[in-house]
Design a protein around this ligand. Sequence first.
Ligand code: GRF
Length: 203
Amino acid sequence: ARLVVLISGSGSNLQAIIDACAAGNIPAEVCAVISNKADAYGLERARNSGIRAEVLDHKAFASRDEYDVALGELIDSFSPDCVVLAGFMRILTPSLVQKFKGKMLNIHPSLLPKYQGLNTHQRALDANDKVHGVSVHFVTEELDGGPVIVQAQVPIENGDTAQTLAQKVHAQEHIIYPLVVKWFSEQRLTMEDNYAVLDNNTL
Ligand code: GRF
């Protein structure tokens, strides 16, 4: 399968997916990495692996609509089977989401439907939750609201901070995101209506 990965930052999830492809664990290749930020470290990770690294700076566009049209064209130019959002910190327009419906995945650092949006670790702490976690889901027009494919939990322990929680969550992210991309690349995972389906079982 052909993957295009969208990032805005460090790209540690990108790295986990690159590594899993290189190790033969995922029958896919990352064809391109696209960032809206020129200084995203993930771009360097891509270049280090010989992967095309593209910057599409949102500040160069007058509106979100115009940006997303250009982004859609850039993604299309790599003919991907799957578009992987890995810390891409932008809200997508409905028409961009529609264009890649059933082919676009996202990872969100909470146990959805809890804590859609930002600052999820602090919000879990503030709510005195005992467990926190991370979700991989299909992208739909509802922000962080598409069908969940896999979740991983982490315990919240005494003394945890937003930072320590983020570390725990990241460790789980690097396990579950490559797993989901593997299933998708093996054509075992689809979105039917508003459900994720794995090996013909609704999740
Ligand atoms: C992750 O916490 C992910 O859940 C969120 O953005 C972060 C990306 O981290 N959507 P990285 O750039 O992959 O290290």
